[in-house]
Design a protein around this ligand. Sequence first.
Ligand SMILES: *Cc1c(COP(=O)(O)O)cnc(C)c1O
Length: 499
Amino acid sequence: MGDDFNALLTKVAAHLAERDATLDTLPVTPTLEAVHAAVAALPPALPQTGLGTGQTLDYLLSSVLPGCLTAQNGPRYFGFVTGGVTPAAQLADILGSGYDENVQVTLEDTSAATAVEARALEMVLDLLEIPRDTYAGRTVTTGATASNILGLACAREALYAASPHTAPGYSYAASGPPSNMPSPPIVVLGIHPHWSIKKAAALVGLGNGPTVFHSLPADPEDELDIDLPALRGRLVAERAVGRGVILTYGLGEVNTGGFGRRLPEVAELCRQHGAWLHVDAAFGGFAGAVPALRHLVKGMDMADSLTLDGHKWLNVPYDCGLFFTRSAHALPSFLGPSAANTPAYLAAAEATIPSPLTVNIENSRRFRALPLFASLLALGKDGYADIVQRNVAFARRVAAHIAAHPKYELVNRSPAWLVNDVPVPLNIVLFRGAPGTRFDPHGADAHSRLTAAINGTRRVYVSGTQWGGTGAVRLAVSNWRTGEDDFDVVCAVLDEVMA
Ligand SMILES: *Cc1c(COP(=O)(O)O)cnc(C)c1O
């Protein structure tokens, strides 16, 4: 206590300003020594007498943060798909913490917060040119995993309610598993699903083992898409025994950034056969922000439920995800309290905007829509289209460089992905060392060694992955800051690690 909050706030602001000015040149990761030093300097236990705010802040700045990821939101962190944070989003996030509003209930005469959230969700649909009434059920979540959980939960409710083995309108949420269902009662089908779909299936009580979760055969001409005749056959067979089907479709495959092209046909089949279509477009959905790339996400408006991430390509801070479903009632029917149990403070607020706690996993929740709203407003449609376009152009430029490099091989190679002869449809480049180099791909751990060598420079950060039975280095571009100079750094690092 007694610390001068104003002075400390100025200190934090100065630190963030300095960081912002140097982020382009900061090493992407801390040294091993810095990480170990930060861990070693952790207090062994809760102090009896606290350090006070000023001393704690000094300790964070001098001891803790130097041992954490120094520039994950910088321009050359190409691991996973992380995005960065736009200036408007960063400032709004600081303000959101300062106000610390608990955005869980719509109180129309008391706070505009849920109206801000609702408008932010509408603006995301505007960005992707999806008519707002396509997805009347919407909420801001903690990320794509939470959105996938909601999607599978909506699917579960809808499939049990429509099952020939249950009474009409049966609710799993209300009554638990019914007794007279085929085993398993619902299967989850997909191709190359993101791992979080399996997590979601386990959490909502569907199961995620081999009897429930089935990989569909790939289209013989497109390894990223589902074989349609096989899907049709499967849907017919499951319907004949009254088993529910959830089809999960990844729009933007996470290893390759590639897209199948048959989502509209898949959606039509699901509709015909009563299957629930959940589209996970966490990062790839934002191809819809760019007219020249929009064909990649054709059918994104045909899902029963849709996942998008805010903290990836929208470049807003962790954590922020988006969930959309067709019906405004799909969520409140099982997440909200039933009328009889509705607490008075909710009953009083029969609002046009549903209270977030009735459509979301959480009850109490931060005002995470504020940075999203601010960033959308600051950049507009053109600003976001520009980020996506520049990131994709950067990835394609790196891919062309690698394809022409005698010591590297591009692994994005499926002819189905070729867009105007560019093998990288979006923002992810997969590559490995060429035969005969230090990282000859026949060595079992070659791609891990190559990933470690690149990351060891601390100037570029990439991830390792497996694709098509081979190990590969994965470089994903999703940060608004990534620019021309960064291309030169990537080229220099690629040469350096091969020398
Ligand atoms: C990142 C990602 C997820 C998981 O998202 P989180 O925001 O980390 O929860 C799910 N699906 C896809 C396709 C992703 O890229």
